[in-house]
Design a protein around this ligand. Structure first.
Ligand code: AMP
Ligand code: ZN
Length: 492
């Protein structure tokens, strides 16, 4: 099945064709490590995680690079404010970010072995700036180096901005700006009092933010690669500048074949951002006892090219969705034990076995089909829950049929597929302890023997272990689901 993505560069949805057969080079702009990432940032990181997981699920080997911006205007300003050396200051937020990634079950970028940090890649940036100077695309002014926007006729193509022509000598020194003017921007900033600096052929200084990503992406993925992703705020000037720097230095176009940008997470119609103060960090929400998986579901639930308005109400809805997935999986696990132990009588069933297989296979196909169409998440998730409903139906109405080995396999495969693609981890983190499994077996024996007194005693024993028991129909096994979950404490 072919996959298509909406490419910001061409402004259209197109079939994805990797430059090298079966391999995908993916660069995602990493966090600026001057504070804890907020869940707006994580909307973008979760979308990028879905993108990578789906490419891998589709058989591609993905080389995923995500940098850490540990030197720029913001990191320097904050470290100075806290009176800490830059490296010591940023390390706090590198650790926090990596911890948060694990909490949200984001795949660890797999190339190179460690996430590249801007401060460790200064030589690659200096080389790139030297190439730009040689090509006439950059110039020196008072110890700093600037990109000459006028030398790059394609400037503005990615953002489709109607940029006014640069007036000679108009330059910008700050990393972030939103001018409607094609402004020469700093590649290398001359050393300043209170700023860290590195030696360069142009004297001591430090890189501008935009050159960092050009240097790191090309170092690890080559001069041309497949996909570059980020939030929509990065289109201009960051990604526009990356294209200008990279293409002017190598002469090879396009620098990146496909650009994917996610829309912002909003709060009351405004972008969630540190500067507006309207943000929650992942840690804020976890302190309020929100389940990370519910946060993941909530951030994923709307198509990446549509804005998503954040409310705590959405998180409650997502929590219900996670509960539905978990409950279904626990019931499956309970019954799978009976299947394995061949405790249940397999009797003739009202529906032929292949009907279940066909329905679940159809749901799995619909999921991949929806995601192949520019990651159509709403459609894909509706088929996830359609599959869950089918599994529930079989478990509740045709238990003895369900425990047939083939149907168990079909259900297990479906859960695994969901986990692989969406990173929900239903089958990874959920298990039923051995003592509960044993009690379930005893309960089955007691109920089959119509020993209702013993059955009631066993049920209480299971409930005391914080599991709810759901009895099957006469002669059929019972199942359990979790009563208290880690994240079910009252919210503050
Ligand atoms: P930063 O740490 O500011 O460099 O941002 C890291 C990533 O988060 C970038 O891809 C940004 O585009 C993205 N981002 C920032 N704010 C939001 C938001 N409110 N919604 C979605 N993505 C965002
Ligand atoms: Zn970047």
């Amino acid at each position: 099945m072919s996959i298509s993505f909406f490419n910001t560069r061409t402004g259209s949805k197109e079939e994805f064709k990797p430059l090298q057969k079966d391999w995908v080079g993916l660069y995602t702009c990493g966090p600026t490590v001057y504070d804890f990432a907020h869940i707006g940032n994580f909307r973008t990181f979760v979308f990028e995680d879905l993108l990578r997981r789906f490419l891998e699920f589709s058989g591609y080997k993905v080389r995923h690079v995500m940098n850490l911006t540990d030197v720029d205007d913001k990191t320097i300003a904050e470290a100075n404010q806290k009176k800490m050396p830059l490296a010591q200051f940023t390390q706090i937020y590198v650790d926090a970010f990596q911890e948060d990634m694990t909490t949200l079950n984001l795949l660890v970028p797999n190339h190179p072995a460690e996430q590249p940090r801007a401060t460790s890649e200064i030589p690659a940036m200096i080389d790139l700036i030297a190439k730009l100077l040689k090509a006439g695309a950059a110039y020196e002014s008072d110890g700093s180096i600037y990109y000459r926007v006028a030398a790059f006729p394609d400037y503005g193509k990615l953002s489709r901005k109607d940029l006014k022509q640069n007036q000679k000598g108009v330059r910008v020194d700050v990393d972030e700006y939103a001018r409607e003017e094609a402004t020469d921007f700093a590649l290398w900033k001359k050393t300043k009092e209170g700023e860290p600096s590195w030696d360069s052929p142009w004297g001591k200084g430090r890189p501008g933010w935009h050159i960092e990503c050009s240097a790191m992406s090309m170092k690890y993925l080559g001069e041309n690669f497949d996909i570059h992703a980020g939030g929509e705020d990065l289109i201009f000037p960051h990604h526009e500048n990356e294209i200008a720097q990279s293409e002017a230095a190598t002469g090879k176009r396009p620098f990146v074949a496909c650009w994917l940008h996610s829309k912002h997470l909003l709060v009351d119609g405004e972008k969630m951002s540190k500067s507006k103060g309207n943000f929650y960090t992942l840690r804020d929400l976890i302190a309020k006892s929100y389940d990370p998986m519910a946060i993941r579901v909530s951030l994923l639930s709307v198509h990446y090219r549509s804005p998503l308005n954040f409310t705590l109400r959405n998180l409650d809805d997502a929590k219900e969705a996670v509960r539905k997935l978990d409950d279904c999986y626990f019931q499956y696990l309970s019954l799978a034990q009976f299947g394995k132990n061949k405790l249940s009588h397999v009797k003739s069933t009202p529906l032929p076995e292949h009907r279940f297989t066909d329905k679940i296979t159809e749901c799995a196909d619909e999921i991949t089909c929806a995601l192949s169409d520019d990651l159509n998440i709403s459609k894909a998730l509706s088929h996830v829950f359609h599959g869950i409903t089918e599994i529930n139906f079989w478990m509740n109405s045709c238990v003895t049929e369900f425990v047939k080995e083939n149907n168990l396999k079909v259900a297990a495969h479906f859960f695994k597929t969901i986990d692989q693609i969406f990173g929900f981890d239903i089958s990874q983190v959920n298990s039923i302890s051995g003592d509960v499994i044993k009690l379930l077996g005893e309960l089955y024996v007691a109920r089959t023997a119509k020993d209702f007194q013993s059955a009631q005693k066993i049920r209480s024993q299971i409930e005391n272990l914080d599991w709810a028991v759901k009895d099957g129909r006469a002669g059929e096994p019972s199942s359990v689901k979790k009563v208290k979950r880690v994240w079910d404490q009252p919210k503050k």
